[in-house]
Write a protein that binds this ligand. Structure first.
Ligand code: PMP
Length: 316
C-alpha cells in the first residue's frame, strides 16, 4: 500500500517546523522556508554583523544600546546600514517578529549580512545588505547551573587580537569563539575563559567575565580584546551601583581569576551565571571561593531578575 496522506504526527512535526516565523529581507516566512541566497557574503565569508537581544515582558531589553552597537559594528566593517535600513525600521522588524510569534519572554537574533554579491571578496559589489530577524527561545545552561554555578576551562586558543579583527565588532565570523567553545565541550563543560595573545583574561566564548575580590568587581577593559557586552555594561552602570558594589575595569591576570572569591559571566543569552570551578575535569578542577554561587553574584543576579521581571523593563 502506498501512503499518500501525512500522519497526524508528521503534520504536527511540519507545523512545529514552521515556527518561528522569520523575517528575511522584507518577507515574514515560516522557519522551514526561511533561507538566504547562497551568494550572500554573510554565508560566503561571514561578512556581516549581528545582535543577540532579550525580550522580557514583551519589551526589547536595552533596545537602543543594541541598535547603537549594531550600527557602529556595521560602520566598522564599512557597511553604511542606516542608508538602507533606519533604526526605526529595524525596531519595527523586531517588533513584528515578536508579535508574529507571540513572544513575551524570548530572544531575538538580528543578523545583517553584506548581501548578495559576486564570488570575490570585494564587499562593495554587494549593493544591498541582507537583514534577518529571528524571535524565538534560547536556553544556554540548565536551571541547576544557574543555582549552583558551573565549571569552565581555560581555552588554549587565544581570543583574536584587536589589531587583526577587534572582538568589539560583533561580526558573523565566530569561529574563534566556536573553536574555543569546542575546547570546553571536549572537557565536558559548556564555556571557557579566553585569554588574549598577551596571556591576560579577555572574556568567555559568548559571555563577558567578572571577578569578585574583597567585595569589589573587576572586569577587563575592552582594549584587552573582548566584546563590549550590553549585559556587562548593565552590571557596571546599573546593577553594581544599585548593590553598592564598586567596579574596576582593569587588566586581569589568569592567576587573579584562579584566586577570585567569586566569578560570574554575563551575556544576553546567558544573562548572569556563576563560575565555581575551573579545569578540564570535575575531579581535578580548581574550586573558586566556596564552590557555590557567591553572595555578590547572587545579589547582582537577584537585582537583574528584579529588573527584567519588573513593570518597566528598560529599552534604553
Ligand atoms: N562576548 C561575546 C564573545 C559574545 O558573543 C557575547 C554575546 N553573546 C558577549 C560577550 C556578551 O554580550 P551581550 O551582553 O551584549 O550579549
Amino acid at each position: 500500500m502506498t501512503q499518500t496522506a501525512t500522519t497526524p504526527a508528521q503534520a504536527m512535526e511540519a507545523k512545529m517546523d514552521d515556527k518561528p516565523m522569520v523575517y528575511v529581507n522584507g518577507a515574514m516566512l515560516p522557519k522551514s522556508q526561511a533561507g538566504i541566497n547562497v551568494f550572500d557574503h554573510g554565508l560566503l565569508y561571514g561578512d556581516g554583523v549581528f545582535e543577540g537581544i532579550r525580550v522580557y515582558r514583551g519589551r526589547i531589553f536595552k533596545l537602543e544600546q543594541h541598535l547603537d552597537r549594531l550600527y557602529e559594528c556595521a560602520g566598522r566593517i564599512r557597511l553604511d546600514l542606516a542608508k538602507h535600513v533606519t533604526r526605526d525600521q529595524m525596531t519595527q522588524i523586531m517588533r513584528r517578529c515578536i508579535e508574529a510569534n507571540e513572544i513575551t519572554e524570548g530572544y531575538i537574533r538580528l543578523v545583517v549580512t553584506r548581501g548578495v554579491g559576486t564570488l570575490g571578496l570585494n564587499p562593495f559589489h554587494c549593493p544591498e545588505p541582507g537583514v534577518v530577524c529571528i524571535a524565538d527561545q534560547i536556553s544556554l545552561y540548565t536551571p541547576e547551573m544557574y543555582e549552583n554555578g558551573m565549571r569552565v576551562v581555560v581555552a588554549e586558543r587565544p581570543r583574536i587580537p584587536v589589531e587583526c579583527l577587534d572582538p568589539r565588532i560583533k561580526s558573523l565570523n565566530y569561529l574563534n569563539n566556536i573553536l574555543a567553545k569546542v575546547e570546553a565541550i571536549d572537557a565536558g563543560c559548556l564555556e571557557c575563559i579566553m585569554l588574549n595573545t598577551d596571556g591576560r583574561v579577555a572574556e568567555g566564548s559568548g559571555d563577558n567575565i567578572f571577578v569578585v575580590k574583597d567585595g569589589e568587581l573587576h572586569t577587563p577593559p575592552v582594549t584587552e580584546g573582548l566584546l563590549e557586552g550590553i549585559t556587562r555594561r548593565f552590571v557596571i552602570r546599573d546593577l553594581a551601583p544599585m548593590a553598592g558594589v564598586s567596579v574596576n575595569e582593569r587588566t586581569i591576570e589568569l592567576s587573579e581569576v584562579m584566586d577570585a572569591d567569586e566569578i560570574f559571566l554575563t551575556g544576553s543569552a546567558a544573562e548572569m551565571i556563576a563560575v565555581t570551578k575551573i579545569g578540564k575535569t570535575e575531579e581535578d578542577a580548581h574550586v573558586i571561593g566556596s564552590g557555590k554561587e557567591g553572595p555578590i553574584t547572587k545579589q547582582l543576579r537577584t537585582k537583574f531578575r528584579q529588573v527584567v521581571t519588573g513593570d518597566n523593563v528598560p529599552e534604553d
